[in-house]
Design a protein around this ligand. Structure first.
Ligand SMILES: [Zn+2]
Length: 700
């Protein structure tokens, strides 16, 4: 997990102001006519003052300010006065402005991170009993209104007047020829590319929060699933949260005797969630027995109840498309922001062009390259041989490629507990750990001096700094008996994040370029560290067979989630074409899209047609077109991990430093600097092909 500089960036792309104003009608982002007239006069005045050489910058800057200007910012005279006072001609004046804004934005973001970190420490760190006020303090966000305030105080207009707003298309076309300063200027203006009214952001936050609540309460009790003979398939056990626990239970059942019947039952549950024929009464209710094939429901007998008294009757009515109603609400909420982001006027454009900085068409091509790869059929044939039966739809979640550890958990726990009785012991060992990972003693000491280790309440996370002079924080869980192996494994992962965060803040040439392009890049560095955890305990590294199995697992997981990502995208495209759709219409569209994707990419590999399992992902409902990040993350991760794995011993430290200090110039420039190629699916496919070729299980 990482709470890296994205927190800081989010501060400046800030969302959600808790103003209670009603959502305005779809106000156009056009400036009012008096400001349009003033803009023409302002251009003339600035040309007279600064000369023809500045014409392109003047026209662009005045247009950018006019595009963001609102009546509340002032009248035509105020507009003209601001532009006249704040325009800086190229040369020393512009350089001075750049340096001022770069420093100011670093201070704003960095101190907001520190304030938030201090206010959330009681909720997040293991510092004794939680007080009722702690979650409230933790939810406070010192940066929530930063962008609004910078517009209100006109700093944002000074930036927009002098630095270029760019589209992804422009950055892709021209960025290779840009200087680092040009990139930093583009990032500076980009902080102010969106001026979405607080009420619209609040509507987005409310719709998302409602969808998240719906998802968070969507549990199924497996003990209450009955087969055709009325037999229970599962013993009493925990409820399963859809879709995560349902999917993970399917994975776990590969290793259980009789697991196939339970896997089929869970698959049937999923398809009823997707098409909403699931009886509403079985959701999050342990008092109802349910046959997911016949769809019959009945009160659970007293002996089978987890709690409470048996009920007299059960309503068999299906869930009334709530899943699709919540999803549509999030669509309508983000669509309301469209007029305020002229450079990316749909949510689909904002997700791909602003957040991911990879064009939609390129992401689709990458995903389809994986979906149609011949290696997938070979892996499927291998899985079929291992299972000894024809494949079924739920086998997209086949889980048998994860290598078994050569050590028991207890053996490993004993080692880590002895080494790390406290978080302070882990912090004291940072220089040695970093040295073992390939950093020089000087660099290891430099990094260790910038990373603070804190005791976490949860599993652990990495919280980066956003201001030079501040510390990155590694949060780790250490129980009373010392750090167990699971905690150590996570802590080494988080250390990878902290190292990336530290280099990409302190060693990047402009803090406007701080960070990495997206979470997949920092996760890749974290996984590279995590994969070496046994070596850090003085044990031999993973063997070749384990690496082969992981390569097959990577391909199978990426193949599975690539289709889910395309479904997410297709559904959003459909909603944009049908903005007045009812929940029932969205359900029908999602079912149709998921069957089409299934029949195109999955049925030829697995056999059965028309499965709708891809649509069970809860992220579809509440995460606003987030799912493409997963397969992209796998591709980026494998690409980087293979690069790092190929390094000679001792070279890892210097290489991690070289690639992470590059800064955020977007995924493709970053990857080209790191590995010499843009983001690509080839390394994943090549690793799988090599693993298949070397596998003793594959008959040739
Ligand atoms: Zn992570």
């Amino acid at each position: 997990m990482v709470r890296a500089m994205f927190a800081a960036i989010a501060l400046l792309l800030a969302l959600a102001a808790p103003a209670a104003a009603p959502v305005p009608p779809q106000a156009p982002a056009e400036p009012p006519p008096p400001v349009r007239a003033a803009a023409a006069r302002t251009v003339t005045a600035l040309l007279q003052r600064h000369g023809e050489a500045e014409r392109a910058r003047i026209e662009r800057g005045v247009r950018q300010v006019a595009g963001a200007w609102r009546p509340a910012d002032g009248d035509a005279a105020a507009f003209e006065a601001l532009c006249t006072a704040q325009f800086a001609p190229a040369g020393p004046a512009l350089d001075a402005l750049f340096i001022r804004l770069e420093a100011a934005l670093e201070q704003l973001a960095g101190h907001a991170v520190e304030v938030n970190r201090e206010l959330s420490r009681w909720a997040v760190l293991d510092l004794g009993p939680l007080q009722p006020v702690d979650p409230l303090l933790s939810a406070f966000d010192a940066g929530a209104h930063t962008v609004d305030d910078l517009f209100a105080g006109q700093v944002a207009f000074a930036a927009l007047l002098n630095f270029p707003l760019t589209t992804l298309e422009e950055r892709l076309a021209a960025g290779d020829g840009w200087t680092r300063r040009q990139w930093a200027e583009a990032r500076l203006a980009g902080r102010f590319a969106q001026r979405v009214p607080a009420a619209v952001n609040q509507r987005i936050a409310a719709a998302t929060s409602r969808a998240e609540l719906y998802v968070a309460g969507y549990n199924v009790y497996p003990h209450h699933l009955l087969d055709a003979q009325g037999q229970r398939l599962f013993g009493k056990g925990p409820r399963l949260l859809s879709h995560w626990n349902l999917r993970d239970e399917i994975k776990a059942q590969y290793a259980q005797p009789g697991g196939l019947a339970r896997q089929r039952a869970l698959q049937q549950v999923m398809s009823r969630i997707v098409d909403q024929t699931i009886p509403a009464a079985v959701v999050d209710d342990p008092g109802v027995d349910w046959n997911p094939w016949s769809n019959a429901v009945q009160p659970a007998p007293a002996a089978e109840l987890e709690r409470g008294q048996p009920r007299a009757t059960v309503d068999a009515a299906r869930e009334p498309d709530t899943r699709y109603a919540r999803w549509l609400d999030t669509f309508r909420a983000v669509k309301a922001a469209d007029p305020y982001v002229p450079s990316a006027p749909t949510w689909v454009a904002r997700r791909f062009e602003v957040d991911r900085e990879l064009p939609e068409a390129r992401v689709v091509a990458l995903l389809e390259e994986v979906l149609g790869a011949p290696e997938v059929r070979q892996v499927a044939a291998l899985i079929q041989r291992r299972l000894g039966r024809p494949l079924e739809p739920f086998d997209i979640w086949y889980d048998g490629f994860r290598p078994r550890s050569r050590y028991t958990e207890a053996e490993l726990d004993a080692r880590t507990r002895a080494r790390y009785p406290t978080p302070a012991a882990f912090e004291a060992d940072l220089p040695r750990l970093l040295g073992a990972l390939g950093f020089t003693p000087e660099k290891a000491a430099w990094l260790a001096a910038r990373i603070t280790v804190d005791p976490a309440r949860g599993a652990g996370h990495a919280l980066g700094a956003a201001r030079r002079g501040d510390q990155a924080h590694l949060r780790t869980r250490v129980g009373a008996g010392g750090m167990d192996y699971k905690g150590f494994n996570i802590a080494v992962h988080e250390l990878g994040h902290n190292v990336e965060q530290t280099f990409s803040l302190h060693e990047v040439d402009s803090t406007l370029l701080q960070g990495v392009p997206n979470t997949a890049f920092t996760e890749a560095v974290a996984f590279v560290f995590q994969a070496r955890d046994l070596e850090l305990l003085g044990l031999p590294p993973a063997d070749a067979e384990a690496r082969r199995l992981l390569a097959l697992n990577d391909l199978w997981m990426t193949w599975e989630i690539a289709g889910v990502a395309l479904l997410d995208l297709e559904a959003w495209r459909w909603m944009y074409r049908h903005p007045a759709a009812t929940p029932a219409e969205l359900r029908q569209a999602v079912l149709r899209i998921s069957r089409e994707l299934w029949n195109r990419w999955y049925a030829p590999v697995l056999g059965p047609r028309d499965a709708t399992l891809l649509a069970v992902y809860s992220h579809l409902v509440s995460s606003l077109l987030y799912l493409p990040d997963y397969p992209l993350g796998h591709l980026i991760g494998v690409q980087l991990e293979r690069h790092f794995a190929a390094l000679p011993p001792g070279a890892l430290g210097a290489e991690v430093e070289r690639v992470t200090r590059f800064g955020n110039l977007g995924p493709d420039p970053w990857m080209r600097n790191a590995v010499g190629q843009p983001v690509s699916a080839r390394p994943l496919l090549e690793a799988a092909a090599a693993a298949l070729a070397a596998s003793p299980e594959v008959s040739r």
